[in-house]
Design a protein around this ligand. Structure first.
Ligand code: NAI
Ligand code: MG
Length: 369
């Protein structure tokens, strides 16, 4: 039986609360004999600032690089609002992404039947929705140079950001999307704005050429990013995997997220380059939500985004796709059985605690063992 090395970075606020539920799930999976897990713990965010004076230590970055998968809760909170910009809690997360080379951000938008009425769209448009947005995370306009505010000397200033993409960056993110599509329904939509952006022209050409060369078994469509935004709220179920750049991916993944209900439900993965020998990718899994200081310490946070992030780790890093499916079914069963944390409960429904929701998932897992 394989032993998987995990690094758990609970972080701040509700991070440790939802992380405790993931540990229960890991214990359950281990007890079922599915795999052995060696779980190390580290510090990131405000808790690391308190302990080491930096938002993540070199030692924890090294342990993250050596792990089969990193599971991160959330970072930040008002306690650290005054710390210098360079060592703010978010800088720990950014350093991990950068040092591990995590260029591919995967954000699934899945609408559970039991929660379809919490969507901002009508039930029939979103029930059964299952799309995966693959966002390029380390290039594009957020990083391109020059990036500055220039004083023009005539009372005017000029703000400059630069969108830059090289062929290899487009190819490697598109490859991730095509590979993932093969594990799903085999359809990819690539999105840019080649009508007004040179980087969009290169994006379109590069994805098209890679598709013809290596992935002609996958169905590829192209959508301009603005049109895609429209179609995502008009008929989201027509999409499967969507691959796009850093900026459009940031916006489109937030749009897709709201089709599915609560922030407390949304997992994510960030993947690096595959090692040419072992095939292993560095990877970090985390809920989309933050540290939720407004509810931290009360045991009421929804742990399903964090547990869903573990399911993604099982699928994409640990070669445990069947267990990932089983865990995702357990999440659905807990919801189908009517279990609701406060963020999901509708007027008149009784809300359960973080720990009770974790127990409900573990019970559903046990029932399917
Ligand atoms: P947030 O995601 O922490 O909270 C937004 C709202 O959603 C709050 O009302 C919160 O109670 C609720 N919420 C979030 N997760 C929930 C869950 N699992 N269950 C139930 N309700 C949940 O975003 P906010 O308030 O903008 O930021 C709070 C702190 O988190 C800040 O310090 C921010 O910088 C940090 N943050 C960290 C992120 C990360 O670690 N990746 C991402 C986003 C924000
Ligand atoms: Mg965003």
């Amino acid at each position: 039986m394989p032993t998987h090395k995990l690094l758990l970075l609970p972080g701040d606020g509700i991070g440790p609360e939802v992380s405790a539920e993931v540990e229960k799930v890991l214990d359950r999976l281990a007890a079922d004999g599915s795999a052995r897990f060696e779980v190390e713990r580290g510090l990131v965010g405000g808790c690391a600032i308190d302990a080491h004076g930096v938002p993540v230590s070199d030692a924890d970055v090294a342990r993250a690089a050596a792990a089969d998968a990193v599971l991160l809760g959330a970072v930040g909170g008002p306690k650290w609002d005054g710390v210098p910009y360079e060592i703010r809690p978010e800088a720990g997360l950014l350093r991990l992404r950068k040092d591990l080379g995590l260029f591919a951000n995967l954000r699934p938008a899945i609408c559970h039947a039991a929660l379809a009425d919490a969507s901002s769209l009508k039930r029939e448009l979103v029930e059964g929705l299952d799309i995966l947005i693959v966002r390029e995370l380390t290039g594009g306009v957020y990083f391109g140079e020059p990036k500055e505010i220039v004083d023009l000397g005539n009372g005017q200033k000029r703000g400059i950001d630069t969108q830059v993409y090289d062929t290899y960056e487009i190819e490697r993110i598109a490859r991730v999307a095509f590979e993932l599509a093969r594990l799903r329904t085999g359809r990819v939509t690539s999105s840019e704005k080649r009508n007004v952006m040179k980087s969009g022209v290169l994006w379109h050409q590069t994805v098209t050429a890679l598709h013809a060369r290596d992935y002609s078994d996958v169905e590829l469509k192209h959508e301009l990013a603005d049109a895609l935004g429209m179609k995502l709220v008009q008929a989201p179920k027509r999409f499967d995997v969507i691959v796009t750049d850093n900026l459009f991916g940031d916006m489109l993944s937030d749009v897709a997220a709201m089709l599915t209900g609560s922030l407390g439900m949304l997992p994510s993965a960030s993947l690096g380059e595959a090692d040419p020998v072992s095939g292993r990718r560095r990877a970090l899994y985390e809920p989309v939500h933050g540290s939720a200081p407004d509810i931290a310490g009360r045991g009421v946070a929804n742990p399903l985004a964090m547990i869903g992030s573990l399911a993604m780790a099982l699928r994409y890093s640990l070669d445990m796709a069947a267990e990932a499916d089983r865990l995702e079914r357990a999440i659905s069963s807990a919801l189908d059985a009517g279990h609701r944390t406060a963020d999901l409960a509708r007027p008149g429904e009784t809300a359960i605690s973080t720990s009770q929701m974790g127990d409900a998932v573990v019970a559903a897992l046990s029932a399917s063992a």
